[in-house]
Every structure is written in C-alpha cells, then in structure tokens.
Design a protein around this ligand. Structure first.
Ligand SMILES: [Zn+2]
Length: 292
C-alpha cells in the first residue's frame, strides 16, 4: 500500500457532537455547553491506541474541550500529534453567516493559542458542513493563517457532502489545501470508508479490500471520534421527544462495542501519520515544525 495513511480525530463529547441533530437540544440552548468529562478519558484512550501502534494523528479540537481540559491539548502536542480546529461551538457552517463563522473561528484560535499551541494549520467543520453552500468559509480560514481544510466529504448526504468533489488531497485555493476523507469508487458513486458510522458498522474483513483499493488512488484520510471507543458514552442531559431524535440516538450506539478492536486492526495496516506530518512539503512548513 503506497498512499499515506492519515488518522484524524474530532475531539468532542458525544452529546455536544449532536446538538444540531437533536431539535430538542438546539432549542434548549445546549450549544457551547461544557463538554462531558468522558471526552477527556476517551481521547486519552485514543492516545494509548496510537502509541501502541507507533501512529500519529491530527486532532481537530472543539475548543470548548480546550477551555475545560487545557492539559489534554498540551498532552496531544507532547506526544507529537498535530492540533487543529474543529470549531468553538459545534454548529453547521452553512447555517452561519460568514461573520458568525469568523467570530467562532477567532475564538477557537484564541483558546488553542492560549493552551500553548503554536502552529495551527488545519480545520474540520462540524458535521462536514463545508458544502457548496458554504465554500466561502475557505477564504476565511486562509485569511486567519490556516493552511488547509479537511471538511469536504465527496459523497451525497442530506446533511453534508459535495458528491463530485475531488477525492484526493488537492490545492483548493492557491496556497490552501483540501484533505477529503477516504472514499472508494463503486458502481459510479463514492462509498465512504473513512470512519464514523461507516467504519463502525462494516465488518473489517469487508473494509480491508476496499481500503487497499482506495490506497492506490491517493491519501487515505480516516477519522474517529473519541466517544466511538466508549459504548457507555451516551449521556443525554435532556429528554428526547421526537421519533427522529430517538432513531438518531439508536443509530449512534451501533457498532461501538467492537470499535476499539477494529481501530486497532486498522492501525496495524500501516504507520499512520498526521496531515501536517505527511504533507509538510505541500503545506510549506518550515523545517523546525513538528513533522509527526
Ligand atoms: Zn464534530
């Protein structure tokens, strides 16, 4: 397998990651809440997994986590991983105005710099929500010194995706890169194999040949959420009242029990790297930047 294998982690607790998907939660003003402590323990589990396999990753941080647990961010850097931004409040980018998006980004940058992170290069939008409706966000990211985005999913979903977007890393604006999550082309459509529910629910024996196939065409960017390693992290601080919310809740629990073992098998396929580590030259990093 020749393409670089990239691991990314969106650092957030489970409930905060779903606020916009539970109508009850958004209505109850749950955006920006203090993340559940489970994010701390589950991110440390990710670190153990990666250390055991000699892998490095890019951690995209929801900065309410950095505010509540700043030592966690320092530990990620201490272990040689890359730290990027997920957002401050976990909201759909295309539901924000450019001004609201920029304010959130500035806050996130300020908080991460406050924990001591110096080189912040990358961004991943909550819910992959940079779509054709919100491509304006890329210019704002670049304006604030970021070098890349990793938010455009080249598939179609009701909530996100640009199905005809390039499936391999590419310079989406001059001097600014896009790193899409891994997909494999099948019967004329891109199938997601990169992480989340897709990775949790497919048997590893089915995934492995798909990963091998995808690796022939470009970099393989995988993603993981710390809570996906923890079948018990499903704390609901508010009651769910709609059928849609209850179904979503059930779907979120699927495949979690065996997921840590599956991630371990995935990590054994290759030496995983962070985005900055694998693409330092393309991102124009100075030689003294951590190339983990
Ligand atoms: Zn998220």
């Amino acid at each position: 397998m020749s393409a670089p294998f990239i691991m990314t982690v969106d650092v957030e607790d489970w409930f905060t990651s779903s606020v916009d998907l539970f109508a009850e939660a958004a209505a109850a003003g749950q955006h920006g809440r203090k993340p559940d402590e489970s994010v701390l323990h589950n991110t440390l589990r990710c670190l153990e997994l990666f250390a055991r396999n000699g892998s490095k990753a890019t951690f995209f941080i929801l900065t309410t986590v950095a505010e509540a647990y700043p030592d966690l961010i320092r530990e990620l850097e201490r272990q040689g991983h890359e730290v990027g931004i997920h957002a401050h409040r976990h909201r759909l980018v295309y539901n924000l105005t450019p001004q609201e998006f920029e304010e959130d980004l500035k806050r996130a940058l300020e908080i991460l710099h406050g924990t001591g992170v110096k080189n912040i290069l990358g961004f991943r939008a909550p819910y992959w929500s940079i779509t054709k409706k919100s491509l304006w966000a890329l210019e704002i990211l670049q304006k604030h010194g970021l070098k890349y985005d990793a938010s455009i999913f080249p598939i179609y979903r009701e909530l996100y995706g640009i199905p005809d977007a390039p499936t391999v890393p590419h310079e989406i604006r001059p001097g600014f890169w896009e790193f899409p999550p891994a997909t494999v082309r099948c019967l004329g459509v891109n199938l997601p194999i990169a992480g989340g529910g897709y990775l949790r629910m497919l048997p590893f024996g089915w995934l492995k040949p798909l990963i091998r196939r995808a690796s022939r065409s470009g970099a393989l960017v995988f993603y993981l959420h710390p809570y996906e390693l923890d079948p018990t992290d499903a704390h609901l601080p508010i009651p769910l009242t709609t059928l849609k919310s209850r179904l979503y809740y059930r779907q979120q629990m699927l495949g979690r029990r065996g997921n840590a073992a599956k991630i371990e098998k995935l990590l054994q396929l290759a030496k995983f790297q962070s985005i900055a580590g694998a693409f330092a030259d393309k991102l124009g990093l100075p030689v003294n930047v951590n190339r983990a």
